[in-house]
Design a protein around this ligand. Sequence first.
Ligand SMILES: C[S@@+](CC[C@H](N)C(=O)[O-])C[C@H]1O[C@@H](n2cnc3c(N)ncnc32)[C@H](O)[C@@H]1O
Length: 387
Amino acid sequence: MKSSREKYDFFPTPLSIAEEMAQWYADSDINHIVDLGCGEGNLFKAVKKHQCESKVSAYEIDSSHMDKLGSADDIGIFDLDLTQHSPRQVKERSSLIISNPPFCKGELNLSVRKKVVLSGLAGQHIIKSKRIRLEVVFLYRALEASLPGSLICFILPIAFLTSRVFYRARKTMLEEHCWDSCTIYENNEFEGTETRVVMIHATAQAGETQGVKVNFSKSGLTKKIDIEDVEAGKVLDLCRNECNDVPKIQDFGVELSRGKQCAKMLRDIGLQFVHSSHIRQLHSGLIKGVSKSNETENKEQFARAGDILISRVGTRCLGKAVMVESGAIQYSDSVICLRAKKQYAKGLFNYLVSDEVQYYFQKYAHGSCAKLITYDMIRELPVSVAI
Ligand SMILES: C[S@@+](CC[C@H](N)C(=O)[O-])C[C@H]1O[C@@H](n2cnc3c(N)ncnc32)[C@H](O)[C@@H]1O
């Protein structure tokens, strides 16, 4: 068991969210609570308060949390790396498996990757890639630990509802594990993660869901969404009115401009410039400008430090982005420059290169042959993380 805190980013579940989870199950008669990645125990402690008789099995990789977990006869704490090992299977039918897993990718050995694919939570492609979203691994561990009828409640990034990355997991949860409701939280309710979260409620091996009841934590509004739409990642699109607190990129006061000259012309003039293919190579990284260019007359065509350059055309380049680290540099007409207020630039950049936005660009790009990104697509992009 590892003891270094640095090794595992730790974001305790906010007590308000833990209490909401506890309230949700307050009237259920639960005999066994299982917490996967329990951290300092905020989740299971909140749920146990309403389920005094139930026993707890909590799993955690980071020993530095142990002091805060305390001990009691009916609380078992297990130091276990869930990417490597399975939790014990519950024996009680009235069990609740809870988790607020890490929101990141982690390494998984081949035999576990194969099992995750067999469970239906991820596609065949993960057999080849060693790294996989840990949210999916923890969900798999929850199903492994469950019996038919066990309740499963997870706190996940909002991308679980919107991103293609979680498509298989959504589909399997909807088709096999009766995932019939979820609660969407406010943008910055989960301090430190910069991620909006959703709490999902499902029942292991309880068959197909008949539509998902989506609750909004702030307004208390509820909307029922067809499972085809949930599967397709459309929940936020369909809840635009209920989600009027979801800002769009344009709400951050960004300015957009497109390069005025094509790569060939810029090359002929002998200017250094950024083209979509450079952006593809450097995607999600920083580039240095040529400081001198700042003083040229057509300054407006130069990106400067803090600007984000987005490739607007090209099958393999579409939506890729880099940030200008210093100086200034010209860009070709295949590139859109996004200039944001200083305090938002880094956050917007991280969001633009995330899997969720990369998928948005691919999905909504215009044109059937040569796909391209428009200003409107960027302006209208919903920002589902706290910037
Ligand atoms: C978002 S935190 C959960 C916080 C917890 N609910 C609380 O309120 O304290 C995710 C937890 O998963 C743990 N974790 C990360 N990787 C793990 C692994 N491979 N196996 C078990 N636990 C892991 C982290 O150490 C962290 O405590």
